[in-house]
Design a protein around this ligand. Structure first.
Ligand SMILES: NC(=O)c1ccc[n+]([C@@H]2O[C@H](COP(=O)([O-])OP(=O)(O)OC[C@H]3O[C@@H](n4cnc5c(N)ncnc54)[C@H](O)[C@@H]3O)[C@@H](O)[C@H]2O)c1
Length: 374
């Protein structure tokens, strides 16, 4: 199969969908890999690294027009809509339930679009989202520690303390992938860490893997209020699948917090878990409400493309290889996990939530496949 790798043109996106190591795997299996000029530069992969791996470097026009399978990181932006076409399979983060123009462009073009974020295991895990949660979780204490420094406007506290001086207190709300990773790094910095969770099973698991090094508390409105009063850094990491984040932190609770403490709301991409949260960018990451510094960057992993690119491609490559080996129809017939990623096929919307969001007709994947073959 001819596999294309497009350069991301969305502002502040430096990741790339395939590493030279991934390109070599594909080439060794007999596939052609076409990489757009400069596609890997933001992730520290020069064109010649891809060439040494056996890939060809090509122009944007050639990559989009010659590929059978096109790999990207972010959804196509309006300038790329004209490049969507029948016969092409696009594999990328799409998030089209919130993007009607793109959904229509995908449907009208006849393309097959597989979204990283809806590739889902039988147990409901999202393997192609998980690495970004790991990274955002690990970045959160780092961002918090930075903004706790006085020159940044923070209270002027070192999270780890020193001998004879107490460490800072970190409260993590939500002990899922983000919360666990945030706790690990906060512990590593020497902070005193509390995780608020509402799933008892998850707390048992955290107790086991963190060997009692964190306090685990049942999350309730009262507990959030009490924990926040003591905190130097609060990390919002809750998720209710398919819903907006619950507003667990109120303005009144912030008023009770220490002056110039920091709140990192990782859940901002689902609306944030404080009443006062609104999305910010890496360019202007923080603002202050009720004396509490809010860090609400919606694409935290974008700050560390070298790590993010590798973490993402580690998990996408097996699916890329499956599509390249068996063809898109074969690969999705063989693997229900990948099949759940298909959002649009042959002019039909095959992902129910997307169809519902835009009032479009939903076609079950099997029917869309049968119609496409007929
Ligand atoms: N800002 C970014 O760049 C970025 C990057 C990656 C992920 N995220 C977001 O971070 C959030 C967390 O993602 P995740 O992968 O850790 O999800 P996850 O499903 O692994 O974990 C969420 C946890 O929240 C817990 N929870 C739900 N309601 C709660 C409540 N009321 N109190 C306490 N805990 C509660 C759940 O039991 C679960 O353990 C999501 O909104 C995700 O989209 C943001």
């Amino acid at each position: 199969m001819r596999v294309g790798v497009a350069k991301e043109i969305k502002s502040q996106e430096y990741r790339v969908a395939l590493t030279p190591a991934g390109a070599r795997e594909l080439v060794q299996h007999g596939h052609d890999v076409l990489v757009e000029t400069g596609a890997g530069v933001g992730s520290a992969f020069e064109d010649d690294a891809y060439e040494r791996a056996g890939a060809a470097i090509a122009s944007v026009d050639d990559v989009w027009s010659q590929a059978e399978l096109l790999l990207k990181v972010k959804e196509p932006i309006a300038a790329e809509y004209g490049r969507l076409r029948e016969g092409l399979t696009l594999f990328t983060y799409l998030h089209i339930a919130a993007d009607e123009p793109l959904t229509r462009a995908l449907v009208d073009s006849g393309i097959t679009a597989i979204a990283y974020e809806t590739v889902e295991t039988d147990r409901g895990a999202l393997p192609l989202l998980a690495p970004m949660s790991e990274i955002a979780g690990r970045l959160a204490p780092q961002a918090g520690a930075h903004h706790l420094e006085m020159p940044r406007g923070g209270r002027g506290l070192l999270l780890g303390g020193v001998a004879g001086v107490a460490p800072g207190r970190v409260v993590v709300i939500g002990g899922g992938i983000v919360g666990y990773n945030a706790a690990v790094i906060a512990l590593g910095l020497g902070a005193q860490v509390t995780i608020l969770e509402r799933s008892v099973d998850r707390m048992r698991h955290l107790e086991e893997v963190l060997s009692g090094r964190v306090s685990l508390l049942m999350s309730s409105s009262l507990q959030v209020e009490e924990s926040l009063r003591e905190a130097d850094l609060v990390i919002g990491a809750v998720l209710i699948p398919g819903a907006r984040a619950p507003k667990l932190v109120t303005r009144e609770m912030l008023q009770e917090m220490k002056d110039a403490s920091v709140f990192v709301d990782v859940a901002i991409d689902q609306g944030g878990c404080a009443e006062t949260s609104r999305p910010t960018t890496h360019h202007e990451p923080v603002y202050t409400v009720e004396g509490v510094i809010h860090y609400c960057v919606a694409n935290m992993p974008g700050a560390v493309p070298i790590t993010s690119t590798r973490a993402l491609t580690n998990v996408t490559l097996p699916y890329v290889e499956a599509i390249a080996e068996r063809g898109v129809a074969g690969a999705i017939r063989d693997d229900p996990v990948l099949a759940r990623g298909v959002n649009v096929l042959g002019g039909r919307v095959t992902y129910e939530a997307v169809a519902e969001a835009h009032g479009l007709e939903y076609t079950p994947l099997d029917d869309a496949l049968a119609a496409a073959v007929a």
